[in-house]
Design a protein around this ligand. Structure first.
Ligand SMILES: *Cc1c(COP(=O)(O)O)cnc(C)c1O
Length: 232
């Protein structure tokens, strides 16, 4: 085992303890919370280490990076969690197990066509903006527009509405934001019983997300360390 692999193994064990404690406090079964390891900016070798340790779900936020990793590591589930441009929808629809970031109508049509071209059905989450007022640079549909967008996804031929995704607002109380998200998720589930996925919680706020019903947490830093972004 390389030193990096050992470091990742320790981080994963620490994370699993933390998740178990969060579930205990929330009175939830840890089996009800799926870890999505966010590997953006890290090499696919790191993802392979995690896969060898039993991680089955991985998240990426850029198509160019995600499609290369998905091709290199095809036997796991790749989640597309980043803001999606319409012209990338066709590519993402080929390899993504789930697209978490559908936040506007034009993406529904583009992903539906992409899924049809790939000859498959695609699981989709609608991303909700929890900022008040909504901030377009962080993605997400405003809660008022959520019902129409969710209905459009549910009606699309090759898309399956599976639930909601959100990112807690920067510098705000995550409990407040995730409580609001939980109410919206309840409304969506009442209308579409198959839409029970709630993708919420990252390295910094997963306890709060678990408390408010997250079924999927998207965790990067706690597993792989701080990201450095190369410019240019
Ligand atoms: C990068 C990213 C994460 C992971 O964040 P960490 O704080 O590193 O755990 C989760 N969700 C989304 C949408 C991301 O872009």
């Amino acid at each position: 085992m390389t030193e990096r692999a050992r470091e990742i193994a320790v981080n994963l064990a620490t994370f699993r303890d933390r998740l178990t404690r969060a579930c205990d406090r929330a009175g939830r079964d840890p089996a009800g919370v799926t870890l999505i390891a966010v590997t953006k900016t890290f090499p696919v070798e790191d993802a392979r280490v995690l896969a060898d340790l039993g991680v089955t779900d991985f998240g990426e936020n850029r198509d160019a990076e995600a499609k290369v990793k998905a091709a290199a590591l095809p036997d796991v589930r790749w989640h597309f969690i980043g803001q999606l441009q319409r012209n990338k929808a066709r590519s993402v629809a080929r390899y993504a197990a789930v697209v978490h970031s559908v936040d506007r109508l034009e993406l529904v049509e583009a992903l539906d066509r992409g899924a049809a071209a790939a000859g498959r059905d695609l699981d989709v989450l609608v991303q909700v903006a929890l900022e008040e007022p909504p901030r377009p640079d962080r993605g997400g549909v405003a809660p008022l527009d959520l019902p129409e967008l969710a209905a459009t996804v549910a009606d699309a031929d090759r898309l399956r509405l599976r639930g909601l995704m959100a990112i807690a607002p920067l510098g705000a109380d995550p409990d407040e934001a995730f409580a609001r998200l939980a109410r919206l998720a309840g409304q969506v589930r009442a209308e579409w019983p198959d839409a029970g996925v709630l993708s919420a919680g990252m390295s910094g706020d997963l306890e709060s997300a678990v408390k408010y019903g997250a079924t999927h947490v998207r965790v990067g830093t706690a597993l792989l360390g701080r990201r450095t972004y190369l410019v240019g």
